[in-house]
Design a protein around this ligand. Structure first.
Ligand code: PA5
Length: 436
């Protein structure tokens, strides 16, 4: 079933020549990806995750989620980068916008995130919130040795054991890590935690459709089967080269725009719940393409909010930018602008309209203004914000990223640059083995 709609008519003419010239290269890049003949081809496990997901794994994830939902008011998802962004993106997109302000209900724990920063106050404040509360932990690290989640896990494990007792704590901790390697695997084996494996051939930023993303998403009460169905349909839709293959078209167009001097891509939403989807997307494209002195800089904005901050730059700043808009066709709730007798605010002309109609006209007006101002506009429309559409979007962007990276001439599946800060930090902290 085709549900996402990619509209390139307001972008392609900015780099028509480059777009035409890149056709064969986009076909070749797709084939390189599908046939596994390119750089980083030992990290292509994500390509078939949706269609080859074992049914018994999905059932086990749902059973673990049900157990945590039954026994916890809060479930803390510990991880950084690819080990938390996908789950947060989906959970945030599907939640009530004010979810954080409602108290947890029975069998509906709140999912919180830790280990994605080293903010001392953040960690202390999280622990204060969890004082005396029934909570569980999903600790996620592919390498099993990342510093940020290791610090958070040490603190929260200790707190959980104190509050619930060591035996009960063991059943409230789930570890998702490598099958054999790393400190987290060793700890999970010694302590007897339930574990899930991150496949060797799936890199962190491509792992949202493994237990890394699926378990925290299921714990938040969302339907992971629908998410996987959406992704599987997109897997089929993007399998073969064609001008109808949305991932190939997107990869080809963004490379054409890049060659035309558009060095920055902003992912735009008109629904604030997509804010963390943009964070996931930024990691996916930033870590995959930003290497060898190349790569489009992935940025994001929330509209109309940021039209009142970044809008000026986008409209009139250096012309090195293009935008990709995710537009949700239909909101879930009917909600209209009321009539007001005095009309002091002067908005009675909107009375009776759905608020979304105003939003859609803001979107159209923005597109027209930006296009006039020299900003190419790619538009991706999804019917509603639900599991199925998000599954489609996730796979679409992952596939687009793989093709685009190969077109750019980089290995989209490594991240050598991420090690630089770690080496310096370890030396400064005098970590054994890093003292020179
Ligand atoms: O995409 C990646 O590979 C990274 O962002 C990792 O996900 C991130 O560094 C966390 O690594 P790990 O899961 O090994 O703790």
């Amino acid at each position: 079933m085709k549900t996402i709609n990619l509209d390139i008519q307001h972008a392609v003419y900015f780099a028509e020549k480059q777009y035409e010239a890149l056709k064969d290269e986009s076909v070749k890049a797709l084939a390189t990806l599908e046939e596994g003949t390119g750089a980083g081809n030992d990290f292509l496990g994500w390509l078939r995750l949706p269609s080859e997901m074992p049914a018994d794994l999905v059932e086990r994830i749902e059973a673990t989620a049900a157990r945590l939902r039954q026994n916890c008011e809060y479930v803390v998802c510990i991880g950084i980068g690819g080990s938390y962004l996908g789950a947060k993106a989906v959970n945030y997109a599907l939640a009530d916008s004010f979810d954080d302000f409602y108290a947890p209900k029975p069998n509906e724990p709140k999912v919180l995130y830790a280990g994605q920063n080293i903010g001392q106050d953040y960690t202390a404040q999280l622990q204060k919130l969890l004082e005396g509360k029934k909570f569980g932990i999903i600790v996620i690290s592919k390498s099993g040795t990342t510093t940020e989640p290791a610090i958070a896990f040490r603190l929260l494990k200790e707190q959980l054991e104190k509050q619930a007792g060591k035996d009960a704590a063991k059943d409230l901790i789930v570890a998702i890590t490598d099958a054999n390697k790393g400190a987290l695997r060793q700890m999970a084996t010694e302590e007897g935690y339930e574990t899930y494996v991150i496949p060797d051939n799936v890199g962190g930023r491509f792992s949202v459709l493994t237990p890394v993303g699926l378990l925290p998403i299921a714990v938040a009460g969302h339907d992971i089967k629908k998410l996987l169905n959406g992704a599987a349909d997109m897997e089929r839709e993007t399998l073969h080269p064609s001008d109808e293959n949305p991932a190939q078209v997107y990869a080809r167009l963004r490379n054409a725009l890049y060659q035309d001097g558009k060095k920055i891509e902003i992912l735009v939403n008109f629904d604030p719940r997509l804010q963390y989807f943009s964070e996931w997307w930024k990691q996916l494209y930033g870590e995959s393409e930003g290497k060898d002195g190349k790569g489009i800089f992935p940025a994001s904005v929330n509209f109309t909010t940021d039209l009142h901050s970044m809008g000026q730059w986008i409209q009139d700043g250096e012309r090195t930018i293009f935008e990709t808009v995710i537009s949700v066709r239909k909101p879930a709730i009917d909600h209209r602008v009321p009539m007001n007798a005095s009309d002091l605010d002067g908005i009675n002309y909107l009375a009776g309209k759905q608020i979304d109609e105003v939003n859609k006209m803001a979107e159209l007006g923005t597109l027209m203004a930006h296009e006039d101002g020299g900003v190419p506009n790619i538009r991706i429309e999804i019917p509603t914000l639900d599991e199925y559409s998000l599954g489609q979007l996730i796979y679409f962007f992952e596939k687009g990223c793989g093709i685009s990276g190969y077109m750019l001439g980089v290995n989209p599946f490594n991240q050598p640059g991420v090690e630089a800060y770690k080496k310096n930090m370890f030396k400064l902290l005098k970590k054994p083995g890093y003292t020179d």
